[in-house]
Design a protein around this ligand. Sequence first.
Ligand SMILES: Nc1ncnc2c1ncn2[C@@H]1O[C@H](COP(=O)(O)OP(=O)(O)OP(=O)(O)O)[C@@H](O)[C@H]1O
Ligand SMILES: [Mg+2]
Length: 349
Amino acid sequence: MWLSKSRRSWERAPILHKVLIGNGAVIIVGAIGGTYLTDMLVDVSGTALALFFASVGILLSLIINYYILRSALRPMELLQRTVEHIDRGDTAVRAPVEEIGDPDLKRFAQALNTMLERLTAHMRVIERNRAQLRLLSGQVLSAQEDERRRIARELHDDTSGALARVLLNIEMCEELLPEGLGEIREKMLATGLLAEETLEGVRKLIFDLRPTLLDDLGLAPAVRWYAKNTLEPAGVQVVFEASPHLGRGSATVETALFRIAQEAVTNIVRHSEAHHARLALSREASKWVLVVEDDGCGFDTQQAEHIGNGNHHWGLFGLRERVELLGGTLNIDSSPGKGTSLRVEIPAN
Ligand SMILES: Nc1ncnc2c1ncn2[C@@H]1O[C@H](COP(=O)(O)OP(=O)(O)OP(=O)(O)O)[C@@H](O)[C@H]1O
Ligand SMILES: [Mg+2]
C-alpha cells in the first residue's frame, strides 16, 4: 500500500525532481557507505581502497542514473512515438495520457490530443466538402457534355441542313441565270463560297462539340482526326501512335480522354510555338494511357496550375479534375524552353 503510493508519487514527479533525488541519493549513500567501509577496512592499502571506492561509486551512480533517466524519459519516449505516428499520417493516434506521470508532460500530452481531435474534425469537414465538390464537378461535366451534344445535334439538323440547302439553291440559281449577267454571277459565286466556308466551320464546330467519330469509330480515330486537323493547319507536324487492338472503353472514359487530348492539342496550338507534336494512346493491363508531347517553349507548371489571384486559365485545372474524377493520374512535365510532356492514366473500368 505504502510502496505503491510512493511509486505513484515518484512517477508523478517532474524529471528535474527525479534527477535531483536520484543523484542526491547516490551522493548520500556514497558518503555514508564510504565512511563506513573505510572504517571497516583500515588495513587495506590506501590506493587500493581509493580505487575500490571510486569504482563502486561510479558503478552505483551509473546504475542509479540509468534507471532514473529511463523512467524519467519514458513519457518523452511515449510522446515521441505519438509524434512519429502523426508524421506518418496517422492522425487517429493519441498520446497515452494515463501512462504519463510527469504533470508537465501530461498537460503537454493532453494539449496534443486536443489538437489532434480538432485536426481530425477539420479533416473530416474538408473530406466531406471535397467529396461534395467532386460530385458537383462530375455533375457539371456531365451536364456540359449533354448540352454540347444537344447544341451539336441542333447545329447538325438545323443550321448545317439549312446551309446545305442555301448552297444548293445558289448552285441552281447560277445555272438558271441568263447569259450576260457577269456581275451577278460573280456575286453568286462569292456567296456560294462563303456558304461553303460557313458550312465547313459549322461542321468543325459540331465535331468540337461532339465528335461523331468518337461514337462511331472509337477513341483513337477521333483523337487522330482531331490532332491532325488542328495541329497541321497551325504548322505543327504531328505523329499519332495507337497500340493495336485498343478496343472500346466506356463512354465516360472515352469522352474524358478525348476532351483531355482536345485541351492538350489546343494548348499546343495556342501556347507552345512547337514544330513537332506526338500523341500516343495505349491500353496497358487495366488502364488507358494517353501521352501528348511537344517540342515548344514549355512553361512553369506550378504557376500555370495555380487558380485564383486573377489567373483565369481553367484548361489544365479542368483536365486534372476530369482525370481525378475517374480515379486516374495526370503528370505534366514541362519547364520553360524544354517542351511539354503530358501523361494521363485512367483506369479502364
Ligand atoms: N503545351 C504548352 N506549351 C507551353 N505552354 C503551355 C502549354 N500548355 C499550357 N501552357 C501554359 O499553361 C497555361 C495554362 O494552361 P490552361 O490550359 O490551363 O489555360 P489556357 O489555355 O491559357 O486557357 P483555357 O482556360 O482556355 O484553357 C497557359 O496559359 C500557358 O501559359
Ligand atoms: Mg488551355
